[in-house]
Ligand binder design. Structure first.
Ligand SMILES: C[S@@+](CC[C@H](N)C(=O)[O-])C[C@H]1O[C@@H](n2cnc3c(N)ncnc32)[C@H](O)[C@@H]1O
Length: 204
């Protein structure tokens, strides 16, 4: 059970995020999107469309989210291809996208392994997953986040002590880059490839 859902906070989400956007977040977003070359791109958990200003010119970006009200805001901001859906069961065929992007999404996904499998399925072999995600800090704050996690999950379905990098490795991606954005491991930029190795295509 979760008390607060993204549908509830959609009207205030951008106001809440403004100080973070004005801080480092905008810079991190730009850095992530510099690595997305265009072609067929899927943004999962597109939210209110905070990444729209950084989308590649001439690219076809599909934005997916499970919150109607967040998605509606993204459309208002100019998102043309908006899809209501769950990253754990993506409504796309195998090997559809060149790139998949997620920013601040995997903290609130129910089954991370399942979602990463789905993303891998819809990526073309050799396609890239680009993420900015937060997780368990690697310093003294780690145990504190463990302590607070049940509360944030109850309140907002927000997992604050995940190791997304480890989950990406476990899901069979080839990790090309991990940048520790905050120094303490709280925020990371991860770029990972769906291996072209046919072993990973079995059952897809
Ligand atoms: C913290 S917001 C981030 C929004 C946006 N990516 C950003 O960077 O501002 C997380 C978004 O992920 C969406 N989300 C969470 N779990 C999801 C899932 N399983 N499938 C699709 N969207 C999901 C939420 O509805 C919400 O819009």
């Amino acid at each position: 059970m979760t008390l607060i859902k993204f549908d509830h906070i959609a009207p205030i989400y951008d106001h809440f995020m403004l100080p973070f956007e004005r801080g480092a977040l905008k810079r991190w977003r730009r850095k992530l999107w510099e690595g997305v070359k265009g072609g067929a791109v899927l943004e999962v958990g597109v939210g209110t469309g905070a990444n729209l200003p950084f989308y590649p010119e001439g690219g076809a970006v599909v934005g997916l989210d499970r919150s109607v009200r967040m998605l509606r805001r993204a459309r208002g901001r100019g998102l043309e291809m908006a899809v209501l859906g769950d990253v754990e069961a993506l409504p796309f065929g195998d090997a559809t996208f060149d790139d998949v992007v997620s920013t601040l999404v995997f903290c609130s996904v129910g089954d991370v392994a399942k979602a990463l499998r789905e993303v891998r399925r819809v990526l073309k072999p050799g396609g890239l997953l680009h993420m900015i995600e937060h997780g368990r800090p690697e310093d003294w704050k780690g145990p504190l986040f463990d302590l607070l996690n049940p509360l944030t999950v109850l309140l907002m379905e927000e997992h604050i002590n995940r190791n997304v990098h480890a989950a990406v490795v476990a899901a069979g991606y080839e990790v090309l880059k991990v940048e520790n954005l905050t120094g303490d491991g709280l925020f990371k930029l991860i770029v990972a490839r769906r291996p072209p190795d046919p072993r990973y295509n079995r059952g897809l």
